[in-house]
Design a protein around this ligand. Structure first.
Ligand code: GDP
Ligand code: CA
Length: 319
């Protein structure tokens, strides 16, 4: 079985760890990772979502935090601060810096982001094929209004520095309209037996991947069933501020609104948490098969159970 999953950072990575447990030795997972969160810091190219997937599946993640390296130290950051060089609000530890140095060095030498990602994965052995959504630069920006007026800021500044405390008025994946899917992305979607949307952010993770021209159409046209898992449980994101970016695109933070926003052109099946049982009828009325199952990724075993439920729903809708 060839499984394709679109993934953001923490939600996507944790789900993939469960999915990897749930499949057989012959099955293959191709991950199409969001690169709209990418940012240039200290002259380095940082790809937070690709790295979260790579570290989580490769055993190098800081478990409690969900991002960054385990047993991290912060000497470089402290030294930069002594020079008065920021930003201070973005946490890049010493071990993590090495990843960004390798990536930036390879990009400067002329390798593509796909090639760099493959090279980094030689070390991490994530057990999946990890493809960036595009080799072209895409950066999500958020329009806000505060005491400095109305302006667009980088998504990371909105998310990490401002903690999404200001309303997002618009979300723009800058560069997406002229970006091309990375090599292998459209081929993997077309050849997939199952396509999964993990419980990743529907706007700034999955939505950004789908904004790369060709990807949405490829998913919609794929012969494989497409099944998603809700990142919203009981009317709120399990973790983070997805409600703020959903509001920016006019979508309610509920499991059913997120499913209906993807729509039946994209989704064949949708899993909601058991507490959202009441949402099942509304999702099914929208032409999307829906089941209510526990969706909290408390540990790998519980997450693998979610993955099995998603694969079972895919088999059901395959007919
Ligand atoms: P990010 O790039 O690090 O923000 O990660 P993703 O976009 O992949 O995923 C973020 C989403 O994961 C958030 O909207 C959370 O609500 C969701 N999430 C985190 N933990 C869980 C969980 O245990 N269960 C479910 N259903 N969703 C979760
Ligand atoms: Ca992200």
């Amino acid at each position: 079985m060839r499984i394709v999953a679109l993934a953001g950072g923490i939600g996507g990575a944790r789900f993939l760890r469960g999915l990897r447990e749930a499949i057989g030795p012959q099955d293959e997972i191709t991950v199409i990772g969001n690169t709209g969160d990418d940012i240039h810091l200290f002259g380095l190219k940082v790809c937070p979502d690709l790295d979260t997937v790579m570290y989580t599946l490769g055993g190098g993640i800081h478990e409690e935090q969900g991002w960054g390296r385990t047993d991290e130290t912060w000497s470089i950051k402290a030294e930069m601060k002594e020079y008065g060089v920021g930003p201070e609000w973005f946490g890049l530890g010493d071990r993590d810096f090495a990843t960004h140095l390798v990536r930036s060095q390879m990009l400067t030498a002329g390798y593509t982001l796909s090639q760099v990602t493959e090279a980094l994965c030689v070390r991490w052995r994530p057990g999946v094929r990890l493809l960036p959504m595009s080799d072209d630069r895409v950066e999500t920006h958020v329009r806000i209004t505060d005491d400095q007026g109305t302006r667009a800021i980088h998504f990371q500044e909105y998310w990490v520095r401002l903690h999404a405390a200001v309303d997002a008025e618009a979300i723009v994946p800058v560069g997406a309209d002229t970006a091309k899917p990375a090599p292998g992305v459209l081929e993997a979607i077309a050849a997939a037996d199952v396509i999964l949307f993990p419980p990743s952010n529907p706007v700034v993770s999955i939505g950004t991947i789908l904004a790369v021209p060709g990807i949405r159409a490829a998913v919609a046209a794929a012969p494989a069933p497409v099944v998603g898992l809700s990142p919203i449980i009981g009317g709120a994101p399990v973790r983070g501020m997805a409600d703020k970016v959903l509001a920016a695109v006019g979508v309610e933070a509920t499991a059913e609104a997120v499913a209906l926003n993807y729509g039946s052109e994209l989704l064949d099946g949708w899993l909601v948490d058991s507490v959202d049982e009441a949402a099942v009828a509304a999702v099914e009325a929208g032409g999307i098969a829906c089941r209510a199952v526990p969706l909290l990724m408390t540990d790998v075993a519980a997450t693998a159970e979610m993955a099995r439920a998603a694969l079972a729903l895919a088999e059901r809708v395959r007919g």
